[in-house]
Design a protein around this ligand. Structure first.
Ligand SMILES: Cc1ncc(COP(=O)(O)O)c(C=O)c1O
Length: 319
């Protein structure tokens, strides 16, 4: 095991949302790791602190280049810096995208079980949650996994009131790393029905070692994609995310909604954290983390099978 992850800082009493908001409970409910972030990020933040001025901040060309080269090099996903809108988180991004592209009363599809804020972001914008439940499959070895109900999706997308699909790629909490074939089927169905796909890819780096996520933007270049280094590098508190969409009209509408929601400013630490994460040092740390996490996961699954054999375990490909 990699020594880097053999200890985790004590977080109680540090203003941790996860540990301090429900004292005494075991906080399995928030996707927030307990490992310290990558040393290259801490060093970058320290350098920024030493500057001593923390005024309103704008990402520069090095920010967009860090994002571009990371996704091109690591995931084969070419991001045009002109197609990027930054904002203060993926949930603020989703909310602004829904506000921009769906009218109150219209339907937004979610494939359940899925991240709880998908529901609130849809409802907070006066839109209607339309569920297309994932199909649960028994793997026959005490584990289970999920697949997409593409027939159900096609029937729902054919409804005139349904305008958007919120895709979770990879899927939280279903643990699925959607395959290119599955995503191509989603693209075919949604395109045929004029439904916009918004792909939340915040979990894209936390994949089983040896596996690779498929960026939805490489399947459907017209989609709206949300990205952030925050889950992989445990930097959710730095509050930064990016929306990628090639259409200038869609970008203008999202930009307007971000302004209406007043989430157009990011902080200097989010910018420095992202630039430091998307580096070779960040990549080496992340790969060590993935190995460690999947060892932990295999251990937990084994213990559950041994001690609680009647409790089925979800097979984890990602997140
Ligand atoms: C699928 C998904 N999207 C978004 C978020 C939160 O994103 P942010 O903290 O950038 O608003 C989470 C957090 O758990 C998540 O699981």
């Amino acid at each position: 095991m990699t020594p880097l992850f053999d200890t985790a800082p004590v977080r109680t009493g540090t203003g941790s949302y996860k540990w301090d908001s429900r004292p005494g409970s075991i906080p399995l409910w928030v996707a927030d790791m307990d490992f310290a972030t990558a040393p290259c990020i801490t060093e970058a933040l320290r350098r920024r602190v030493d500057h001593g001025v923390f005024g309103y901040t704008l990402p520069g060309p090095d920010y967009y280049e860090a994002l571009r080269s990371w996704f091109a090099g690591r995931h084969g996903y070419e991001i045009d810096p002109a197609a990027v809108i930054y904002t203060s988180g993926v949930v603020p991004a989703l909310s602004a995208i829904i506000k921009a592209l769906v009218r109150p009363g219209e339907g937004v599809v979610v494939q359940t079980p899925v991240y709880n804020c998908f529901f609130s972001s849809i409802r907070n914008n006066g839109c209607v949650v339309v569920e297309n439940p994932l199909l649960r499959h028994d793997c026959g070895d005490g584990t289970f996994t999920y697949g997409m109900d593409t027939r159900g999706l096609a029937a729902i997308c054919a409804r005139p009131d349904v305008k958007m699909l919120l895709l979770c790629n990879p899927a939280n909490p279903a643990g699925r790393l959607w395959t290119r074939a599955e995503l191509e089927e989603v693209a075919r169905i949604t395109r045929a029905n004029g439904v916009t796909v918004v792909s939340d890819e915040i979990h894209c780096e936390l994949t089983a070692p040896g596996t690779e996520y498929v960026p939805y933007g490489t399947v459907d270049p017209g989609a709206v994609v949300c990205l952030s280094p925050s889950k992989a590098f445990n930097t959710a508190g730095l509050q930064i995310a990016n929306i990628v969409t090639p259409s200038p009209e869609i970008r203008a509408a999202i930009d307007r909604a971000i302004n209406i929601n007043e989430v157009c400013d990011v902080n200097p630490f989010g910018i420095e954290g992202l630039k430091a994460a998307y580096t070779p040092e960040g990549a080496a740390w992340l790969d060590a983390l993935r190995g460690y996490l999947w060892d932990n996961c295999a251990y937990a699954a084994g213990e559950l099978r041994r001690r609680l054999p009647s409790c089925p375990v979800c097979r984890l490909e990602a997140t």
